[in-house]
Design a protein around this ligand. Structure first.
Ligand SMILES: Cc1ncc(COP(=O)(O)OP(=O)(O)O)c(N)n1
Ligand SMILES: Cc1ncsc1CCOP(=O)(O)O
Ligand SMILES: [Mg+2]
Length: 217
C-alpha cells in the first residue's frame, strides 16, 4: 500500500492501552475484526525490548487486515520494523528530526492542543494531527486542557483561514454518542481507546462505531 492509501484508513483510529482483560494483541485483533483499519500501538512505561515482539506481531496482524500500523513514541522502532508510521507528542522526538530519520514514505502524526501546535507540526512535515483531549480521560496522564466541541470548531476554523490542509483526528474520552457532534465540528477522524476496550464486546462495539461513521446509524 502507498502512503496516500494508508492515510485514508485514518478516519477511525484504535489506540491500544493496557487492560487486565485483554492483551495488546487481542485488543488490536478485536478492533480489526470489528472493521477498524488503523491501529496505533501505544504501550506506555514499557521498554523497547518488550514492545518490539508485540509490535512485530501486531504489524503482521494489521497487514493481514490491510490496516495501517502506527507505533506511538518510538521512531527508532518504527524504522527498524518498517511500520507504517509513528505518532509523536510534545515529549517525544521533534517531528522534523523524525522525518529526517524515517523519510517521506512514513506517516508521522503529531499531538496538538492548540492552533500553534498544529502550525508547528504542519511546518515540520506532519501527515496528520491527533488533537485533544476532547474530554477528561484516564487513558492518558498529564492531560492538556480539555478542548470540547468549541475547541475543535475554533482550531478547524483558524486552520481554514490560514489555508492549512491537514487531517485532524479528535482524541480523548470520546464515546460513540459523541461521534456525530465531534465529526460535525469539522475534524477528519476520531481516535478511540477506552470506549472500545471497556465495551462488553469490543468487536461489536467497533462494528457499531464504523456503521455510525459510514452510514450515520
Ligand atoms: C492520534 C493520537 N493523538 C494523540 C496522541 C497522544 O500522543 P502524546 O501526546 O505523545 O502522548 P502519549 O500517547 O505518548 O502518551 C496519540 N498517541 N495518538
Ligand atoms: C493518547 C491520548 N492522547 C490524548 S487523550 C489520549 C487517550 C485516548 O484514549 P481514550 O479514548 O480512552 O480516552
Ligand atoms: Mg508520545
Amino acid at each position: 500500500m502507498m502512503k496516500d492509501e494508508k492515510l485514508k484508513n485514518g478516519k477511525l483510529q484504535f489506540i491500544t492501552h493496557y487492560t487486565e482483560r485483554y492483551s495488546y494483541l487481542d485488543a488490536a485483533h478485536m478492533a480489526l475484526e470489528g472493521g477498524c483499519r488503523w491501529v496505533q500501538l501505544r504501550m506506555k512505561d514499557t521498554s523497547m525490548e518488550d514492545i518490539e515482539p508485540v509490535a512485530l506481531e501486531m504489524q503482521s496482524l494489521c497487514r493481514q487486515y490491510g490496516a495501517t500500523f502506527i507505533i506511538d513514541d518510538h521512531v527508532e522502532l518504527a524504522g527498524k520494523l518498517h511500520a507504517d508510521g509513528v505518532h509523536l507528542g510534545k515529549k517525544d522526538m521533534p517531528i522534523a528530526d523524525a522525518r529526517r530519520i524515517l523519510g517521506k514514505e512514513y506517516i508521522i502524526g503529531g499531538t496538538a492542543n492548540t492552533l500553534e501546535d498544529v502550525l508547528q507540526h504542519y511546518e515540520a512535515g506532519a501527515d496528520y494531527i491527533g488533537c485533544g483531549p476532547f474530554r477528561y480521560t484516564t487513558t492518558k496522564k498529564n492531560l492538556s486542557p480539555i478542548l470540547g466541541l468549541e475547541g475543535y470548531t475554533a482550531i478547524i476554523r483558524r486552520m481554514q483561514e490560514a489555508d492549512i490542509h491537514l487531517p485532524v483526528v479528535a482524541i480523548g474520552g470520546i464515546t460513540i454518542a459523541d461521534i456525530p457532534a465531534v465529526m460535525q465540528a469539522g475534524v477528519s477522524g476520531i481516535a478511540l481507546s477506552g470506549t472500545v476496550l471497556h465495551a462488553d464486546n469490543p468487536t461489536k462495539e467497533m462494528r457499531r462505531i464504523i456503521s455510525l461513521m459510514e452510514n450515520g446509524e
